[in-house]
Design a protein around this ligand. Structure first.
Ligand code: GLY
Length: 370
């Protein structure tokens, strides 16, 4: 296949991998795995298995077999409610039963963010570490979660509280698999693309006016998103300097909304969309964010049909209480990624009265949003 675009991620210590992106990529057995392996275990959730012989699981298995690799397949139930340690244990039990599995076996995660996060985490601990390829099948996983090495599972007390940083050896993005994705799921992925527009590159917002009609139309969106994310991850792989924390713009309130609604009401990208609006209102209330930034954000979110309003049945107090336990919280005080301008993000610890004023501002904006 000739028109494969690639984004390379290289770290100062010499580790590197390639994100390969094309419409139809999974039918190309020349794409790099990044390692020399003769045995692979492809791991996916049952909804992907159900897509049958033309789905991404069958195409990934065929791709690996055409290279002469021996391939085993493992499935699990999937879904955010399965993203926990018992699923990790279940997958490891299944791996233990695979004949001939050793430390040279390649794991291949085929699925959305939940599959990628769980399989990446299993790869970080099973046999003290196995190489793994990410094959994202949702837009959100293509533009965000499959890239950058954050893996893990939810804990009873909070999302993604157990996990590891471990980079994949390759990421294979085939936009043709998006054909089976419902518009709501595509829009949720676009929320993370809009986030890149605010935190790094406003030009990408020109691609966020409405949902593109064809899967090939996502190539540019995915490539540019991966370039932005790669540059950030290379600079701050373990989220130490604050550069990578900018990727969490909108996620402080977003994660709280997901938790307070039982991870059922909103897709992750939808909660992030509302969370970005809250983060801008909080930034304006703090005198840190220029008010004009809000219009640009709302225009893009509205174009995708994403939710923008805080739900009436979730109080400011509940949001503030939960955000104090967010991974970005410091000594129990919530920290927010605040936009000082387009492409200029800062991590701020803000007084509760400012956060409340921002959330009130968001709630009272109501119909002015549309
Ligand atoms: N999704 C946020 C990050 O990868 O850092």
């Amino acid at each position: 296949m000739s028109n494969v675009s690639t984004v390379d991620i290289g770290f100062p210590d010499g580790r590197s991998y390639t994100i390969s992106i094309a419409d139809g990529l999974l039918d190309d057995s020349a794409i790099r795995t990044g390692v020399d392996a003769s045995h692979a275990v492809v791991i996916t959730e049952r909804t992907i298995l159900a897509l049958g012989s033309t789905g991404p699981l069958a195409r990934t298995v065929a791709n690996l077999e055409r290279r002469g690799m021996r391939v085993d397949t493992i499935t699990f139930a999937g879904g955010e409610e399965q993203k926990n340690m018992s699923t990790v244990m279940d997958i490891m039990q299944q791996l233990y039963a695979v004949r001939g599995l050793d430390r040279k076996t390649l794991l291949v995660a085929v699925g959305g963010g939940v599959v990628g996060d769980i399989v990446g985490f299993v790869a970080s601990i099973y046999l003290r570490g196995l190489a793994f390829v990410q094959v994202p099948t949702t837009l959100l996983a293509m533009v965000d979660s499959s890239v950058g090495g954050k893996t893990g599972v939810d804990f009873e007390q909070g999302k993604n509280l157990i996990g590891a940083f471990i980079q994949p050896c390759a990421v294979w993005v085939d936009t043709s698999v998006l054909t089976t994705l419902p518009p709501r799921e595509l829009a949720a992925g676009m929320a993370e693309v809009i986030k890149y527009g605010i935190i790094a590159d406003t030009e990408i917002l020109t691609l966020c006016q409405e949902l593109p009609p064809d899967t090939a139309d996502y190539l540019d969106i995915v490539s540019r998103s991966c370039e932005i994310k790669a540059a950030i991850v290379i600079e701050d792989e373990h989220e130490i300097t604050g550069v990578r924390a900018s990727l969490n713009f909108g996620h402080t309130v977003g994660h709280a909304l997901e938790g307070l609604t039982g991870y059922k009401r909103y897709k992750h990208g939808e909660a992030v969309a509302i969370g970005m609006v809250s983060a801008v209102h909080i930034g304006i209330a703090a005198g840190l964010t220029p008010p004009g930034l809000l219009d640009t954000l709302l225009k893009s979110l509205n174009g995708m049909g994403l939710p923008i309003d805080l739900p009436d049945d979730v109080s400011n107090e509940a949001i503030i209480e939960l955000t104090c336990r967010d991974k970005k919280a410091s000594a129990g005080v919530a920290r927010y990624i605040i936009a000082r301008d387009f492409g200029r993000m800062e991590l701020h610890q803000l007084p509760v009265n400012v956060i409340t004023a921002g959330l009130d501002r968001h709630r009272s904006a109501g119909s002015n949003h549309v």
